[in-house]
Structures are given as C-alpha cells and as structure tokens.
Design a protein around this ligand. Structure first.
Ligand SMILES: [Zn+2]
Length: 291
C-alpha cells in the first residue's frame, strides 16, 4: 500500500485530522541522536506536532520507515484512547514510546545509552560487561523490546510482523512493554497495590500456570494479562492460561476478556479500570499486526 493510501486508511480509522501525506518528517537531533516524532493525544488522536494539552510522545530512530512509525503510534492510540484521563496524563508526563530498527538497536535511544554494547564486551556479559546484558544474559542491544527508563521500546519488525520479527507475529511486544511502562510510570499506589494483591491471590489459588512467564512476578503477571486481555498474546507457555479458552487460544478480544473475567476477576477489574475506564464494552481492536 502506498503512503498516501496508508495515511488515508489510518485517518479513516482514527479521525486523524493532521496528517498531510506530502509532509515528510525530518529527524530532529537530540544529544546527537536523530529521532522522528509523532504524538498521541486523548481519545486516540495522532499528530505530528505537539500542541497544547497532553500528548504521549512516540519517537522513532532515523531508519524506521514512516509506516512502522505510524503503526506504532496507532497501536499506542488504540491502547490509550479509553484510559481514564488521570492515567493518560501521568503517562504523557512520565513516559514515551519508541520504535527502532534491528541495525540501530534499542540501545541507540539515549534512555538505554548506558547499556550499549562495546567492542570489549562483544559476545560476553562477564565482569565489567554485565551492564550490557539483561539478568538472563541477553544483550540489551539485541532485544526486541524493553520498558526501562520510562520508554516502552519495540523493534520495527515486531510492529510490522515482518520477517525480522523473532516472534513471527505471535506476540505483540509493544503492548507487553507498554503495559510495564503504564504499571511503573502511570499508576497510583492504590492500583499498584491491587495488582500485588491480585498476583498473590492468583499464586495461592493456582489460577494460572505457576511455572509460566506470566507468573514469574507481578510485573509479568500484569503485562501478560494486558496482552492476553487484548488478544495479542498467542504464546500459551508465556501467558500461563490467560489466553486459553477451553483447550485452545481465545479467538477474539471478547473471548479473551471473558476468560480473564471468569478466572481472575480481580485482575480483570484492574485492566478494565486502567485501560477502559470501566467501560468494559469498549474495544481496542489491536491485533498482533495492526491494520
Ligand atoms: Zn515483561
């Protein structure tokens, strides 16, 4: 699809008033790094320029295509458009979303500059190179996504479901990392405490597979639940049952929501509040490969 048609399509879905397909985004330099910007506003609007009010920054490294940048903003808009204003405003002030190419890597963002790989640390995480690796021994420079330092970052290949996506379209990493960012940066303590309490109950009751990634800690519990709630996690081993209806994967957003509602109502109520402002009939229509 050419750029004009793509933008027209996006505009149609979200009533974006500001896209001019003839306007190219020129990267702006921030501390030597070239970045391109889009801004997501309340109720799912997307702009190229930050005007007054609250806007969530969606930045892209220089080599990210216009289309991948747009799709990242579109996913972000669909995730945030039904949120309570107070949570959305906290996000705008305390967090950003970023998309990068494989060649540039997540560590090209300034937020991850301290985790950049060096020639001395090539292929090793040992000793003085430990800062270049995650706790489980993966190089930060090679990750598909991350949520540290207030930046929910994702590889363009995952957003586009291209051949460069190591997850092969099975897992929407932006949604997972964005959920972490919301948890860390935008939720009041009262809701964080509810997540802690729901996680402890789920562990005690063996609501979900306690050996799954989702049950490894309360952060992953919330992130896997958000991905499963919106029906964008298709890895059953990761979600520990959160995305499983009967013996197979839940088929759509409604089935996914109901599955969590029936099995873990505390968790359901939290996600319904944080992402849908308690309007449970609202749909995000995300999909693993947003169109
Ligand atoms: Zn995670």
């Amino acid at each position: 699809m050419n750029l004009f048609l793509f933008l027209a399509f996006v505009s149609g879905v979200l009533s974006i008033p500001v896209f001019n397909p003839n306007t190219k985004i020129s990267p702006k330099k921030r501390n030597g790094l070239s970045l391109k910007y889009l801004y997501v506003g309340e109720r799912g609007t997307i702009q190229r320029i930050k005007t007054s009010g609250y806007w969530l920054t969606v930045e892209a490294t220089a080599n990210v295509t216009e289309r991948a940048h747009q799709r990242t903003a579109l996913t972000t808009a669909r995730l945030t458009k039904h949120m309570p204003s107070s949570i959305f405003h906290s996000l705008c002030v305390n967090a950003k979303v970023g998309v990068f190419t494989k060649a540039e890597g997540m560590t090209s963002f300034l937020e991850y500059a301290a985790q950049r790989d060096t020639p001395q640390c090539h292929q090793t995480c040992a000793g003085s190179c430990s800062h270049t690796c995650t706790r489980d021994g993966r190089k930060f420079s090679e990750l598909v996504g991350g949520s540290g330092h207030g930046l929910a970052a994702v590889l363009d290949g995952n957003v586009m479901c291209s051949d460069a996506d190591p997850y092969r379209g099975q897992s929407n990493i932006l949604v997972h990392e964005f959920a972490h960012t919301v948890h860390r940066r935008a939720l009041p303590y009262s809701i964080k405490n509810q997540i802690t309490s729901a996680f402890q109950s789920a562990r005690q009751n063996c609501t979900w597979d306690i050996y799954s990634y989702a049950m490894s800690n309360e952060m992953e519990y919330f992130a896997e639940a958000v991905s499963s709630f919106f029906n964008v996690e298709r890895l059953q081993s990761a979600a520990g049952g959160m995305n499983t209806c009967g013996h197979g994967l839940c088929n759509n957003e409604n089935e996914s929501k109901n599955n969590i509602k029936q099995k873990d109502p505390k968790l359901y109520n939290i996600i319904n509040q944080v992402f849908l402002n308690n309007n449970e009939t609202k749909m995000a229509n995300l999909g693993n490969c947003v169109t």
